[in-house]
Design a protein around this ligand. Structure first.
Ligand SMILES: CC(C)(COP(=O)(O)OP(=O)(O)OC[C@H]1O[C@@H](n2cnc3c(N)ncnc32)[C@H](O)[C@@H]1OP(=O)(O)O)[C@@H](O)C(=O)NCCC(=O)NCCS
Length: 159
């Protein structure tokens, strides 16, 4: 069954739920996650957090930064029970609308080597691995450093 939702900028009332689920998914401390999202939403001038939501339900979020002509995906997650229904795809498409409007050229990210769902998601939007960052994560796992070309997305049907 397809989900009905809108993609919107995060509101302060959404932060608690987003932080709670994010803490669970990434095995992080709730208070730290809460402070992080509050800072990103209210103070960080480079950050944009989008949520996929319908009334009281939040399906997922993306947190990205725009710095001049480049951008970075800091995080993206779809809450467990709503995965494989196109939520992350919709979030990334909406993010690209912001990037195109702001004349961003390239977007970077790090992803765990073992994270096949996320890797496939990024490949779908033309991201390529440019290097490996050894021991990038606290548990020692390497990160793949990927770069996406905003023009590629603009000129292809994935947008
Ligand atoms: C990665 C993640 C955000 C994908 O969210 P999602 O809403 O399920 O993704 P979508 O339904 O939009 O799927 C988009 C693409 O991702 C890939 N994908 C998603 N789930 C997958 C899986 N279980 N196995 C392999 N590829 C998968 C596919 O390429 C899919 O495209 P397709 O449907 O055309 O085949 C989700 O699995 C998640 O929240 N994971 C935990 C958090 C995380 O790892 N975030 C990334 C940090 S770098």
């Amino acid at each position: 069954m397809s989900l009905l939702y809108e993609i919107k900028k995060i509101e302060e009332k959404d932060i608690e739920l987003v932080a709670k689920v994010s803490a669970l998914i990434f095995n992080n401390d709730f208070d730290n996650e809460y402070k992080h999202f509050l800072y990103e939403a209210k103070e960080n001038p480079c950050a944009i957090i989008l949520v996929a939501k319908a009334k009281q339900i939040i399906y997922g979020y993306i947190d990205f930064w725009i710095t001049f002509d480049s951008a970075t995906i800091c995080n993206i997650a779809t809450f467990q029970e709503y995965r494989n229904k196109g939520v992350a795809t919709s979030l990334i498409k909406e993010m690209f609308k912001y990037l195109i409007k702001e004349n961003v050229m390239f977007i970077t990210l790090e992803v765990r080597k073992s994270n096949i769902p996320a890797f496939n998601l990024y490949k779908k939007f033309g991201f390529n691995v440019v290097s490996v960052k050894p021991n990038y994560y606290k548990d020692g796992e390497d990160a793949l450093y990927m770069i996406g070309d905003v023009n590629y997305v603009k000129n292809n049907t994935c947008y």
